[in-house]
Ligand binder design. Structure first.
Ligand code: TUI
Length: 314
């Protein structure tokens, strides 16, 4: 049995978060993960506040366990959604792709546990000072929007910079990754890509198939030129985008090229125009399973490794 301070703080059985994947992590997936003993998280992404409120209501109808909402801070609707999570008394809010400082006071005053994704030590220190309950240290192995640092480097640096519980993310998909995260000082993990194969994950079947077939070199990062690097599966879309990026396409045209590409992947399974966000560990995802089995399996996989690690210590 692995139980850590984040389990006690949030009232969850296993220290496993499901990442807030835009267009993907809805109320149904979040409830399935929470019912499995982890922390399910609804992704706001770029969606309007009404969508998020609707998904929160769906999650509440499917689980009585705690769940969270992830606010993508570059969203034009971030301010509205910041309000919705307070009104709906969502117990946990995670943030990504930016700095949530301006919301921290209102959220903590409302009793919300705020757990920001940090991609640097400076941000870890700032969020600790502003009253975060825990931090997610996400390395660039992850899918979607990526920072500069790898999980291997970011997690121990963040752990040294804060006394808060640290959740490791980026490149974790099985018991070995969970055990490694604990070795680096984390007391929990967040996984996104691994949950793309969950039975309760409603992405287009073509998306799931692409994840199951991915190998070690299947992902690439595009979007550095506009300052928003994003990791996705190599595809017609990502190759075309990379060519345009290196070929000197003006910024507004690059922006237009990417608009709607994630929806095309998630909803339509469009293999030509879709942007299939995925982390490097897509290569480890081999079967479709219930979300609850994924949560249990990664923790049960970590236990013998953590016990066995002592064999090297004389
Ligand atoms: O946010 C993510 N992953 C995402 S967001 C997303 S939607 C999107 N689409 C197109 C362009 C950009 C985003 C898809 N995937 N992960 C959490 C994360 N947050 N990773 C890195 C960060 C981060 C980066 C900078 C957190 C804080 C930060 O602070 C910068 C600052 O303002 O100082």
């Amino acid at each position: 049995m692995i139980q850590t301070p984040i389990c006690d703080m949030l009232g969850i059985k296993y220290p496993v978060f499901q990442g807030g994947m835009a267009w993907i992590a809805d109320g149904k997936l979040a409830a399935a993960v929470s019912n499995g003993g982890g922390l399910g998280i609804i992704a706001a992404g770029n969606a309007p506040a009404d969508y998020v409120r609707g998904q929160v209501k769906i999650a509440k109808s499917l689980t009585d366990k705690p769940f969270g909402v992830n606010i993508m801070l570059m969203s034009p609707f971030a301010d509205d959604i910041a309000q919705v999570v307070t009104e709906e008394r969502v117990p946990v809010v995670t943030t990504g792709a930016g700095n949530p400082s301006k919301y921290m006071e209102a959220w903590t005053a409302a009793g919300i546990k705020v757990i920001p994704v940090v991609a640097s030590v400076a941000m870890a220190r700032l969020m600790t000072r502003l009253g975060a309950s825990a931090l997610i240290a996400e390395g660039g192995e992850s899918g979607g929007h990526v920072g500069e640092l790898t999980t291997m480097v970011l997690v121990p640096l963040v752990c040294s910079a804060t006394d808060l519980p640290v959740i490791a993310a980026g490149g974790i998909a099985d018991g070995r990754g969970v055990a490694a995260a604990f070795m680096l000082g984390a007391c929990g993990v967040q996984m996104g890509t691994r949950f793309l194969s969950a039975e309760e994950c409603s992405i287009h079947p073509t998306y799931k198939e692409k994840i199951l077939k991915a190998n070690d070199l299947a992902t690439m990062v595009t979007g550095k030129k506009l300052g928003h690097p994003v990791r996705s599966l190599r595809s017609n879309f990502s190759r075309r985008y990379a060519q345009a990026e290196f070929g000197g396409m003006p910024d507004d045209e690059l922006e237009a090229l990417a608009t709607g590409a994630l929806r095309k992947a998630v909803v339509d399974g469009d293999v030509d125009g879709g942007c299939f966000l995925a982390g490097q560990i897509a290569a480890m995802v081999k079967e479709v399973q219930p979300a609850a089995d994924i949560v249990r399996e990664v923790i049960e996989g970590a236990e013998p490794i953590l016990r066995g690690a002592m064999k090297w210590v004389k």
